[in-house]
Design a protein around this ligand. Structure first.
Ligand SMILES: Cc1ncc(COP(=O)(O)O)c(C=O)c1O
Length: 379
């Protein structure tokens, strides 16, 4: 985009010339509680006064890690109550791949077409889009693919499958949402075959879809849950959560089955705890649906072919990249930041901070509609 950002505050970013931009993408679903959130910044300041890194994750007992793990486990069913902190989403994926292989003794893993799980070698091996993989082969062996949302493909899950990795909502595919019955059947098939079900909530977690975790809407729960992005309120942190039974197998043969120097960095944990508390105390999840509906109401325009969404994770389908790019350029000139998706360049990304107000949604949609008017004649 070429913007040089000087600072962020609330739902706005400011460039070095002092121009304000309403942020409709929140750093790709990261800044759920807005930029420079005072509660998050205060938690960071307090922790930096105490200590930064002390020793490789897990060796010392550190209050920010313990408090965050407790608060997270309070949002989760008991079978997801054990949490391993890492530094990013991709690392959470890597940890979960190892855990599934170690627990099941199997190595075959299934992931979905159009999936995005990150950019490290294991995560990349799971991704759906060949374009991003082809020049990095060979990747991991034993990776197969199922169609996201396809009931018939559930038969591909067998007693040789270590794990199925799936996004609760496919974000980078341009917001694809499978129905809750699909997730329940997927859960059933994984249980039948002794396969671990890994749900990637790296983009959907921390309130983005209107519930704290996206899987809450599906009437089922995974064996391993992945989180990152919005978790740190802008600081780098991720985690994989599972049951004590599964997680214990990383403690022996080998001991230290997963190691991370900076995983659970105390400053990031303090920020993640403040973020969780801010979302809860300000009832941000409860307001997501109303805000989502307001976008639907205000984005009625002949150029909009379809809106796909789950809470404030939305795709506005325009049908061509030329249109998308023209709208993005117009919006940037007019103080609004939007984007497209890694695996879908024909739709605009709308994933603002969950703190966005109704007035700001009105402003954003007015600019978007003017942009759509201006660009209506493009292909
Ligand atoms: C669903 C999903 N999984 C995994 C990742 C990878 O996270 P990270 O970029 O923190 O490694 C992303 C990042 O966009 C994501 O959206």
């Amino acid at each position: 985009m070429g913007l040089e950002i000087a600072f962020g505050k609330g739902n706005y970013l400011y460039d070095t010339a002092g121009k304000a931009y309403l942020d409709l993408i929140a750093g790709i679903s990261v800044s759920n509680v807005g930029h420079a959130n005072p509660a998050v910044n205060e938690a960071i300041r307090k922790q930096t006064d105490l200590h930064l890194h002390t020793l490789v994750y897990g060796e010392h007992i550190q209050a920010p890690q313990v408090l965050l793990a407790k608060a997270l486990s309070d949002t989760l069913p008991p079978q997801l109550g054990r949490i391993f902190f890492v530094n990013s989403g991709s690392e959470a994926v890597e940890g979960a791949m190892k855990l599934a292989k170690r627990y099941t003794g199997r190595f075959e893993i299934l992931a979905c077409d159009r999936a995005y799980h990150g950019s490290s070698q294991g995560a990349l091996s799971l991704n759906g889009d060949e374009y991003f993989k082809r020049n990095f082969r060979p990747l991991l062996p034993g990776i197969g693919q199922i169609h996201y949302g396809s009931f018939s493909d559930l038969e591909k899950i067998t007693n040789k499958t270590a794990a199925v990795f799936i996004e609760t909502v496919q974000g980078e595919a341009g917001i694809r949402v499978a129905c809750s019955r699909y997730f329940q059947e997927l859960r059933k098939r994984c249980t039948e075959t002794g396969t671990l079900l890994v749900m990637d909530e790296i983009q959907t977690g921390y309130g983005r879809t209107g519930t704290f975790w996206g899987f809450e809407k599906m009437g089922m729960a995974p064996d391993i849950l992945l989180m990152a992005k919005g978790m740190g309120g802008g600081m780098p942190i991720g985690a994989f959560a599972s049951s004590p039974e599964f997680m214990n197998c990383l403690t022996e043969n080998p001991v230290l089955g997963h190691i991370s120097t900076f995983g659970g960095h105390p400053v990031c944990c303090a920020a993640a705890l403040a973020t969780l508390q801010y979302i809860r105390e300000n009832r941000l999840c409860e307001m997501v649906e109303e805000k989502e509906l307001l976008f639907y109401r205000l984005l009625r325009h002949p150029s909009v072919l379809e809106i796909r969404s789950s809470g404030l994770l939305m795709a506005v389908e325009l049908g061509s990249f030329e249109k998308v790019w023209a709208v993005i350029e117009y919006c940037l000139k007019n103080g609004l930041i939007t984007d497209w998706f890694l695996h879908c360049n024909t739709a605009l990304r709308i994933a603002p901070p969950l703190t966005i107000s109704s007035e700001e949604i009105e402003q954003a949609c007015a600019i978007l509609c003017r942009a759509l008017d201006e660009t209506a004649t493009r292909n």
